[in-house]
Design a protein around this ligand. Structure first.
Ligand SMILES: NC(=O)c1ccc[n+]([C@@H]2O[C@H](COP(=O)([O-])OP(=O)(O)OC[C@H]3O[C@@H](n4cnc5c(N)ncnc54)[C@H](O)[C@@H]3O)[C@@H](O)[C@H]2O)c1
Length: 253
């Protein structure tokens, strides 16, 4: 494995499982020191123990990323713990429910927006001074093809991810002036435990068959794009939404 992120401090939110965990592992394999944030204490403790056992330089932090004060405090602690400013931030955490428009309730919508969109404002605010001081500052927001394509019962999810795409463009303007790049990745269906809880059986088969590559993405393939976007291999890419969907959005299959 190359060492494109050697000694850099990286933060990955929602790192206990799924795509976030794959990103944390890939960053660590590339030489980064990774702060793994998650709201689930049990899951992050176990995931971090497994990653450490595999030789990765990772630490776990329990935090609800939708809580501004908690985010600020944990980002300050990360700099102290690692002894260096954060150079890479991946906003991956999400809490997702698919509901028919008439069934969307206030509590569900608030939580989806809180974790999936509001949290990005808090982490960007908290990380800004550190990203700037690091000299390599780069942010990746995990968006979704839901930002550009809709499916049934996805009104709230599309609103969250459409917001992430727009926020990414806006942040790229403001942060770009400080030498920090902000980009997003839009995966289509990735068969993580969370995704399989929302879709299974025929819905998964349909998604597989309508993908030109004839298969679904693995979390590691999204992690590879995230690695490129925080590395010095993408130093002039800023404000982009990279679609990583095996060609599905462009196909009429
Ligand atoms: N899996 C897919 O099909 C797919 C497709 C497109 C985009 N995405 C996006 O990829 C990201 C990861 O998806 P996944 O399938 O790996 O999800 P996941 O549910 O497996 O992982 C999300 C993690 O975020 C954590 N989390 C939830 N609320 C939190 C909070 N308030 N604070 C901190 N952490 C919190 C969870 O505990 C969990 O570990 C999400 O942003 C999702 O929208 C996923």
């Amino acid at each position: 494995m190359s060492q494109r992120l050697k000694d850099r401090v990286a933060v990955v939110t929602g790192a206990a499982r799924g795509i976030g965990r794959a990103i944390a592992e890939r960053f660590a394999s590339e030489g980064a020191r990774v702060a793994c944030l998650d709201v689930s204490a049990g899951r992050i403790e176990q995931a971090v123990a497994e990653m450490q056992a595999a030789g990765h330089n990772v630490r776990g932090y329990v935090v609800d990323v939708s809580n501004r004060a908690a985010v600020r405090a944990v980002f300050e602690r990360i700099e102290v713990d690692f002894g260096a400013p954060i150079a890479a931030l991946v906003n991956n955490a999400a809490w997702i429910r698919y509901q028919a428009p008439q069934d969307i309730d206030e509590e569900t919508l608030d939580r989806m927006l809180g974790v999936g969109l509001k949290a990005l404002v808090w982490t960007l605010q908290a990380a800004l001074p550190q990203l700037e001081r690091s000299g390599h500052g780069a942010v990746v927001n995990i968006c979704s093809t839901a930002a550009v394509r809709a499916t049934a019962d996805s009104m709230a999810y599309c609103a969250v991810k459409g917001g992430v795409a727009a926020l990414t463009r806006a942040a790229a303007v403001d942060f770009g002036r400080r030498g920090i790049r902000v980009n997003a990745i839009a995966p289509a269906f990735v068969p993580t435990a969370a995704a399989l809880a929302n879709f299974n059986g025929a819905a998964v088969t349909r998604r597989t068959e309508s993908t030109p590559l004839g298969r679904l993405a693995q979390p590691e393939e999204i992690a590879a794009v995230a690695t490129f976007l925080v590395s010095d291999d993408s130093t002039f890419i800023n404000g982009e939404l990279i679609i990583a969907d095996g060609g599905r959005a462009n196909a009429a299959l």
